[in-house]
Design a protein. Structure first.
Length: 474
């Protein structure tokens, strides 16, 4: 399959404006994730249902999101980013509006699934556009700005969610959390139509335009078989655990099918040679997956600890978690400029700094909840955020650095799929650890310490993978 030598093409003079549009879209999708975390108690009250059902509002979104990421990235590679972004935006807005208007928990879960499927089509286009429009040092800077957007959305989300619940009440405040996506999405839709480029024309032959439906189904089945037992595990042992046995079968069949597609001169969903022959790609996928497993659940557990354990309001909880997001927003653009010079050393140092912040939280926590004071979280979370801001964007830059632009969407989606799987695993593992520890002790502080210990153990694996890749990098 011929490749396009992007280094011989002049850069798009509007690339920074196009990046601005993608950042608005990414902000909306990320805001929806962070804003929902503080709304779970409000949704449980408003819909008069149990915690396990409400948890599916979060988990169903993550499951649907993971199912369509790689297929969405590949569709963008072939049919252009603009078309997929507009389809994804419309679906996301419809799902948001339906979530806010629903009066039954099952309808909210279905609407959130539509949001997740749409986000899976939408999100890979951002990394694909950065891969397509930027080269060299500029690409790292562009990913750094995307990381800044992550930090800002993470900072504003919990505060905005808490403010809306405080303003509109515990019973109906959560509805406005979903409704806010509609006006943002409408503005983004106009700018996507006007500014984001259509098909590049790189796929000229029938084989290059081919959409690997069988590969998409096989990969989707593998992701589903992994994520469903994970999200269901929060209810305790369940029959879906048997699906884990099917994961290696689906993965091996997918790899065989992708090699067969390439042998027949048909464009695969994912060129599996990227996993072995592309410098930094497989390491980036591994590091991203393990890192998200270790870190994502921490913020969710802290939200549960502050609201359920210490009885803080949603707004107070959002404000107390803000230092982490601020640290991320500050460090992401700096890391984007450093990664072209320090390469994998950036990730190694960043993970070490983040672990130091979480360790400091553990050491500063008192023995009982009655002795807890907010500064015990503020400074350590700021330190952890500074580290976290230098992990995701540089890792994405390094993972995609040598990937051909015509596979940029699909390859970027693989990195993000790993992150989504890690997020789901981490949330299930750390929330379960917190609940088990809470059941064995009468004080939530000790349960939080146990959970942070689990997180640090997982992050140590990510640090080891980053150090190994840095050594191989030389």
């Amino acid at each position: 399959m011929p490749t396009t030598n992007s280094s011989q093409q002049p850069p798009d003079p509007h690339r920074w404006r196009i990046l601005g549009v993608t950042l608005v879209v990414g902000f909306m999708a990320l805001l929806d994730v962070t804003i929902v975390n503080v709304a779970i108690p409000s949704m449980q009250t408003g819909l008069d249902t149990d915690t396990a059902t409400i948890q599916w509002v979060v988990s169903g979104y993550a499951l649907a999101f993971g199912l369509t990421l790689v297929a969405g990235g590949r569709l963008g590679d072939v049919h252009g980013r603009r078309a997929l972004m507009m389809i994804g935006l419309v679906g996301f807005m419809v799902g948001s509006a339906a979530s806010g208007l629903a009066f039954d928990a099952r309808l909210v879960i279905a609407a959130r699934a539509l949001q997740g499927l749409s986000a899976g089509l939408l999100t890979p286009q951002s990394s694909g556009l950065i891969q397509q429009l930027f080269r060299g040092k500029e690409r790292g800077i562009a990913f750094g700005y995307f990381g800044t957007t992550v930090g800002i959305a993470s900072a504003i989300g919990p505060i905005l969610g808490g403010a809306l619940i405080a303003l509109f009440g515990q019973e109906n405040g959560w509805r406005y959390i979903f409704g806010i996506n509609v006006p943002i999405g409408l503005v983004a839709l106009v700018f996507v139509w006007r500014m984001v480029p259509g098909p590049t024309g790189a796929a000229t032959t029938k084989g290059e335009r081919h959409i690997d439906v069988v590969g998409a189904v096989l990969l989707g089945a593998a992701v589903f078989s992994l994520l469903l037992p994970v999200v269901e595990s929060e209810r305790g042992p369940n029959p879906s655990l048997w699906l884990l046995l099917a994961v290696p079968v689906f993965v091996l069949t997918f790899l065989w099918w992708e090699r067969r597609q390439k042998a027949q001169a048909l464009a695969p969903l994912l060129d599996v040679s990227l996993l072995r022959g592309t410098r930094g790609f497989s390491a980036g996928v591994l590091i991203g997956t393990v890192y998200f497993t270790g870190f994502t659940g921490v913020l969710l557990v802290l939200s549960i600890f502050l609201q359920s354990g210490l009885h803080y309001t949603a707004l107070q909880t959002g404000l107390m978690l803000t230092p982490f997001a601020l640290g991320t927003a500050v460090m992401s653009p700096i890391a984007g400029r450093l990664v072209s010079r320090l390469h994998r050393k950036t990730t190694v140092g960043a993970i070490a700094v983040m672990m130091s912040g979480l360790l400091l939280v553990t050491l500063l926590l008192p023995d009982t909840a009655a002795e807890f004071r907010w500064p015990m979280l503020a400074v350590p979370l700021l330190l952890a955020g500074l580290g976290g801001g230098a992990v995701v964007s540089p890792n994405q830059t390094l993972a995609l650095m040598s990937v051909p632009p015509e596979m940029g969407g699909a390859a970027g989606a693989v990195v993000q799929t790993g992150q989504r799987i890690g997020s789901a695993l981490g949330a299930a593992l750390l929330v379960t650890a917190y609940e088990i520890a809470s059941g064995r002790t009468s004080d939530p502080v000790m349960a939080l310490k146990v959970t942070l210990g689990c997180s640090l153990a997982i992050l140590l694996v990510a640090l080891g993978a980053a150090i190994r890749d840095a050594v191989q990098e030389g």
